[in-house]
Design a protein. Structure first.
Length: 249
């Protein structure tokens, strides 16, 4: 009986999370993507799937060019019959919608759980407006509290051991734990779309994510860091009760 209740509770929670993702994505698309837009950035991850779903429900958005941040979002664009573009073709984007692993009260975010942080940051920085969509679990007072898997750091393969050592010795905030991310269905480490490795470094609560970002970026061998600081205009959170909350600058 207790096992049945636990399974039922987990199922209910999973359903609330998925509903939250969908609600946040739909609301963000409704509020921030209009037929007047020419180019829109599409992020990566499970929540973004719902953003594309909503776009496809609105025929007036079919003539926009969509720029992906990963192989996953590229497939979503192509399979949806939308117009595919690239950031080198369209260096100025009207709005980019993307998910996040954690968002703090100042709209700083940890991204890169899907190992796409470099492309995600390029497309986010190219946008006039950057919008985050997530479920209620991703809200946090400080980065590193709710998301404990670590800050994703994309590194050049030949330099990963040196970067791991530098993380321990050259930062003002030392990581509590840093690991090379290993693949699930292949032997060896995760390889990004850029052919790089990913180190996940957990620092605990991050008081000053902007300073930490700058310090990590200066380490030789670092390709990109999954800290997105002072970039988002707004974040949409799908709540457990079926509502959508927002956090805005």
């Amino acid at each position: 009986m207790y096992r049945h209740l636990i399974r039922r509770s987990l199922t209910t929670m999973a359903s609330a999370v998925e509903t939250g993702k969908k609600l946040a994505a739909y609301q963000a698309v409704n509020d921030y993507i209009t037929p007047e837009h020419k180019v829109v950035g599409i992020g990566s991850g499970s929540t973004v799937v719902y953003a594309v779903e909503r776009i496809l429900q609105r025929p007036e958005l079919k003539n926009i060019v969509y720029v992906p941040t990963s192989f996953q979002s590229k497939l979503l664009i192509i399979e949806g019959g939308l117009t595919l573009g690239s950031v080198d073709q369209f260096p100025e984007i009207d709005v980019t919608i993307d998910g996040a692993d954690e968002v703090d009260e100042q709209l700083n975010a940890i991204k890169g759980g899907g190992a796409c942080q470099f492309q995600e940051k390029v497309v986010a920085e190219a946008a006039k407006k950057f919008v985050i969509i997530a479920d209620y679990r991703k809200k946090s007072t400080k980065l590193g509290i709710e998301w404990t898997k670590g800050v994703p750091i994309e590194v050049v393969p030949m330099a990963y051991k040196g970067v791991m050592k530098s993380l321990e010795t050259k930062l003002s905030l030392k990581p509590q734990k840093s690991t090379l991310r290993m693949a699930v269905n292949k032997a060896g480490p995760v390889v990004t779309d850029n052919g790089n490795f990913v180190i996940d470094a957990h620092f605990g609560a991050i008081e000053d994510p902007t300073s930490l970002l700058k310090e990590i970026k200066l380490l030789t061998g670092v390709y990109e860091v999954g800290l997105f600081c002072n970039m988002a205009e707004i974040a949409y959170f799908g709540e457990a009760d079926g509502t959508v909350s927002t956090l805005k600058k």
